[in-house]
Design a protein around this ligand. Structure first.
Ligand code: ADP
Length: 154
């Protein structure tokens, strides 16, 4: 049986922090599905097609990485794609508290699932999509925060 992990998020936009977690997790699983959660009530900075496009660009050639969108509960999506693992990154104790609640509830409603956490590498601890968006709004340079070769203005 294949070990499939889902890495859920908004990726609005993808950062080097996300990329690092995905690449470091790849040896642990047979397949990682990067799952972009669609929430009609949540306004995003970048449209879905662009967020998908950048993910495809970054991981082109990585046959064990898939990019998909989903709506609804992450555990329901996991069940549809037969994933037994949810992958998450941990930056701070605030991340931990937030993830603990979700992870424990997910375990109750879908006991087959395990949430797997990787600690961020120190240089990416302060990095988030919202920091990147704030810089963009104010004309800042974000190149060092987003994966190499990604042009957010393109
Ligand atoms: P969400 O909408 O769930 O906040 P994000 O797209 O911001 O989704 O993040 C998806 C996952 O990536 C989460 O597990 C988050 O903790 C992780 N992540 C985000 N930024 C970083 C970073 N700089 N280092 C490590 N993990 C990160």
């Amino acid at each position: 049986m294949k070990n499939i992990a889902v890495f859920p998020g908004s990726f609005d936009p993808i950062t080097r922090g996300h990329e690092s977690i995905i690449r470091r997790a790849l040896p642990l699983f047979d397949k990682i599905i990067i799952a972009i959660g669609e929430n009609p009530e949540k306004q995003t900075y970048f449209p879905l097609d662009k967020r998908i496009h950048w993910l495809e660009q970054i991981f082109t050639g990585e046959t064990r990485i898939e990019i998909q969108k989903y709506s609804g509960l992450t555990v329901n999506f996991c069940s549809v794609v037969d994933a037994k693992y949810i992958l998450r990154g941990l930056r701070t104790s605030a991340d931990f508290e937030f993830e603990r609640t979700i992870g424990q509830v997910n375990k109750v409603i879908y006991p087959e699932i395990e949430t797997v956490f990787l600690l961020t590498i120190p240089e990416y601890t302060a990095l988030s999509s919202s920091v990147v968006r704030e810089l963009l709004r104010n004309g800042g340079d974000v190149d060092r925060f987003v994966p190499a070769g990604i042009d957010l203005k393109g």
